[in-house]
Design a protein around this ligand. Structure first.
Ligand code: SF4
Length: 210
């Protein structure tokens, strides 16, 4: 049970339900291959049935942690921090990103966009989900749109979502991991016919790194 004081700190973003933090290589999307420090925040109600971090869903399983402590743990070599989840925008990200900026770290977020945008970000990766669509305000701010493709209907969803982002937004189609062998040929053909899109692969899973 969270007491009132802790709840106030959570509301201000001075505590966050940390699930894990680790230094690795960004495996997917525009920044694939770059070293990055990942901060995974608990809590998500988007409910993707194929989600590979279902342990993140229940925020109560991830103890509120002082945001200053989360930042102190960051690996000294890191120059980029990726905040992911769960759905990190459930929480107030202003305090965390201000601390990161003070340390000259690049701030990246991976979000479904289904909660109000907070935080000061250098890179917003928007990955919309049909089960809980993004709030309209985030589309124009997305630097990268990443659509997970499970079936051929997702190409239509991808185009509907791409119609809402700004013209500089990088567009990616990424096969859902368990469907990758089935979907890759369709994605390859689609990208060749529609070259505004690029392919994103979960290279960290091929490399067997977190
Ligand atoms: Fe999992 Fe992300 Fe979907 Fe939430 S939005 S259920 S964390 S894949």
């Amino acid at each position: 049970m969270i007491n009132e004081h802790t709840q106030q700190l959570i509301n201000k973003g001075e505590m966050l339900p940390l699930m894990e933090e680790f230094y690795t290589i960004q495996g997917e999307g525009f920044h694939t291959g770059k070293a990055a420090y990942f901060i995974r925040i608990g809590g998500c109600d988007v409910g993707c049935h194929w989600c590979d971090v279902k342990e993140s869903w229940d925020a109560n399983l991830h103890p509120p942690t002082k945001t200053t402590e989360i930042v102190t743990n960051i690996n000294k070599q890191a120059n980029t921090v990726v905040v992911t989840g769960g759905e990190p925008l459930i929480w107030n990200m202003d305090y965390l990103t201000n601390l990161l900026k003070k340390q000259d770290l690049k701030t990246h977020v991976e979000t479904s966009g289904s909660y109000k945008l907070s935080g000061n970000w250098d890179w917003i990766c928007l990955s919309p989900k049909k089960t809980k669509l993004p709030l309209p305000a985030i589309y124009s701010k997305a630097d990268e749109l990443k659509i997970i493709v499970l079936n051929k209907h997702d190409f239509k969803f991808a185009e509907e979502q791409a119609a809402q982002v700004n013209t500089n937004c990088e567009l990616f189609l990424q096969p859902e991991w368990s469907k990758r062998e089935e979907m890759m040929p369709l994605i390859v053909s689609y990208v060749m016919e529609n070259p505004k899109w690029k392919i994103s692969l979960q290279t960290h899973k091929y490399l067997n790194i977190p």
